[in-house]
Each structure stands twice: as structure tokens, then as C-alpha cells.
Ligand binder design. Structure first.
Ligand SMILES: O=P(O)(O)O[C@H]1O[C@H](CO)[C@@H](O)[C@H]1O
Ligand SMILES: Nc1nc2[nH]cnc2c(=O)[nH]1
Length: 310
């Protein structure tokens, strides 16, 4: 383990969380990648449970299993392949995480969000975060696609927040504002694309808990009262760190199951249903994302005369 960050020669014992992924360590990861990949994407995509098909859509790829990338841990969850893929989606250079890291796998939130810092040092401008989630909003159906407009993440109210510890201004500010994490013009654009494709897009608030257990009925009722529309075990902390790093964020949740908010119901959430729904609905989500990527970035290629073509 690295030494905690030193300030003025004094050991800052409170600085352990962030020093786990200091600027130098993240740069080591980014440099390792830059030495091996010619493509210089401006956009990153994180694939949620069962949504790794987005990665399979890339062409002209360079694929790194996470086991090859320095400091990347294993992806241990079913439906998360564990590949970092560089390639082109709809002619746009992208980097795709085919699977993410979750805190319930035993990883710190600093580690789970480290890829966002790597994205920043790779020169990315934006990230698309996708996830599977339970629908709390009773008007949601299994298979609905929900655009994330905001989040409620109780763990981020605690010292499990990945930004706890020494702050390195080269990543972002000590006290980041979080009221505009999910970029408005990205939300508007994806709504426009969905409407052109006659695809219904729900709009909602994603709540994130630690997992790995699903929620009790009372917890879900509480989240509903708080204004949450969907619940999962990821995304919010990644969105926080991406936004802190200055990346624009688009968040999309696939409603893979209905949250059970009736006591003594026979129904119960399970990961098989999550993966089955994701497999069934992945195509629409992938097409939305592909179109979004090309609308956002292809125009730029034209304007900047090949800027993005490498
Ligand atoms: O958020 P993603 O990674 O899509 O996965 C969701 O699905 C899993 C539970 O079924 C949890 O990992 C939850 O967070
Ligand atoms: N916490 C949580 N995560 C999920 N991921 C997919 N469905 C669910 C759910 O119902 N609850």
C-alpha cells in the first residue's frame, strides 16, 4: 500500500482514501494505456450489468482485459466481462469499460471511481454511464429505459465518499458543486434521439446503495418518499468523480426489475432477472448510445478537420 500523502513533511494520516489513487498512480495507468493505443477518444462508456454488448459493437478494437491494465482489479460480477476496449462506435473513437467495479466486491469507492480519473488523464471530455436498476417509480415497467437526471446516494453523504482525503487540484476542486452532474444538453439530445426513434425514455432520479443485498420493502418506500425513481448499486459515485474531474456526464439506467414495495409479496428481485432483462432490452439502449455518440462527436470531427480521427 502507498504511503499516505505528506504535507509539509508531516504525515497526513487522514489522506489514505484518495492517496490510494494519487495523481502519479493514475498517470501511470493512463501512460501505460497511451503507450499502447493510438486512438485518442473524447468519450468513455461504462457498461452496466448485462449491457456489455455496447463494447461488442466497437470496431477496429484494441482490447485489454482488466487483468492486464496496471492497478485495475478483477471484475467479479456476472454480466461484467472485464475488458477495457478502445475502438470506434459509429465511426467515433471511444473507450469502453465492459464491466465496472462495485464497492460490494470489496473495492473501495476510490478504486471503483478510479477509471474516471484515468479517463480524464486520457483526455476524455465526456462519459456515458449505463446501469441496471430496480424501478421504484410505480409507473415504470420492466424494460423501460430511464435517463438519469439526478441521484440520491446516501453513501456519498458519509466518509465513504470517494473524494474524501487529500484533494489534488489537478483532478478537480476540493468542494465540487453537485447540482448539475448530469449534463443538461446531453439529456436534451438523447431525449430528441429517443423521440426520433419513437422510443419512450423515462426521466428520473437514480438512487444508489452499497449492496450486495437488494432493498427491504421499508427502505424502498423510504427511497420513494425521498424522490427516487430507480435504485442500483453503482453509477452515482462514478458520476460524482467524473463530474468532479470536469467530464460531462450522461447517465442511463435500464429498469431490469420492479422494486417490490408491498410487504409479504411473493415477488423478489434477483440477478438472473436483471441479466435477462438487460439481454432483452440491450439493443435499444445500444442504438440510443451509438446515435448519441455520433451526434455529439462526429460534427466535431468535421469541424476540427480530423481532430478525432486518430
Ligand atoms: O449497476 P450495475 O453495474 O449495472 O449492476 C446492478 O445490477 C447488480 C444487481 O443485480 C448490481 O451490481 C447493480 O448495481
Ligand atoms: N439495489 C438494487 N440494484 C439493482 N440492480 C438491478 N436491480 C436492482 C435493484 O432492484 N436494487
Amino acid at each position: 500500500m502507498e504511503h499516505p500523502v505528506k504535507h509539509d513533511g508531516h504525515l497526513n494520516v487522514n489522506a489514505i482514501t484518495n492517496s490510494q489513487f494519487s495523481f502519479d498512480k493514475v498517470k501511470e495507468i493512463a501512460d501505460w494505456i497511451l503507450e499502447r493505443v493510438e486512438l485518442r477518444p473524447k468519450i468513455g462508456i461504462v457498461c452496466g450489468s448485462g449491457l456489455g454488448g455496447l463494447g461488442d459493437r466497437l470496431v477496429e478494437t484494441k482490447i485489454f482485459p482488466y487483468s492486464e491494465v496496471p492497478h485495475f482489479p478483477k471484475s467479479t460480477v456476472v454480466g461484467h466481462k472485464g475488458n477495457l476496449i478502445f475502438g470506434k462506435l459509429n465511426d467515433v473513437p471511444v473507450v469502453c469499460m465492459q464491466g465496472r467495479f462495485h464497492a460490494y466486491e470489496g473495492y473501495s469507492n476510490a478504486l471503483c471511481t478510479m477509471p474516471m480519473k484515468v479517463f480524464k488523464l486520457l483526455g476524455l471530455e465526456s462519459v456515458i454511464l449505463t446501469c441496471a436498476a430496480g424501478g421504484i417509480n410505480q409507473s415504470f415497467e420492466v424494460g423501460d429505459i430511464m435517463l438519469i437526471k439526478d441521484h440520491i446516494a446516501p453513501l456519498l453523504w458519509t466518509l465513504q465518499n470517494p473524494l474524501v482525503g487529500h484533494n489534488d487540484d489537478r483532478f478537480g476542486p476540493r468542494f465540487p458543486a453537485v447540482n448539475r452532474i448530469y449534463t443538461k444538453h446531453y439529456r436534451d439530445l438523447i431525449k430528441e434521439i429517443a423521440s426520433e426513434k419513437s422510443l419512450e425514455l423515462k426521466d428520473g432520479v437514480y438512487s444508489s446503495l452499497g449492496g450486495p443485498c437488494y432493498e427491504t420493502v421499508s427502505e424502498l418506500r423510504g427511497l420513494l418518499q425521498l424522490g427516487a425513481d430507480a435504485v442500483g448499486m453503482s453509477t452515482a459515485h462514478e458520476a460524482l468523480v467524473a463530474s468532479y474531474c470536469g467530464l460531462k456526464v450522461l447517465g442511463i439506467a435500464l429498469i431490469t426489475n420492479k422494486a417490490v414495495i408491498e410487504y409479504d409479496s411473493e415477488n423478489y428481485p434477483n440477478h438472473e432477472e436483471v441479466i435477462d432483462t438487460a439481454n432483452r432490452r440491450a439493443k435499444d439502449l445500444e442504438e440510443l448510445v451509438s446515435e448519441f455518440v455520433s451526434r455529439t462527436f462526429v460534427q466535431k470531427v468535421d469541424m476540427n478537420n480530423n481532430e478525432m480521427s486518430k
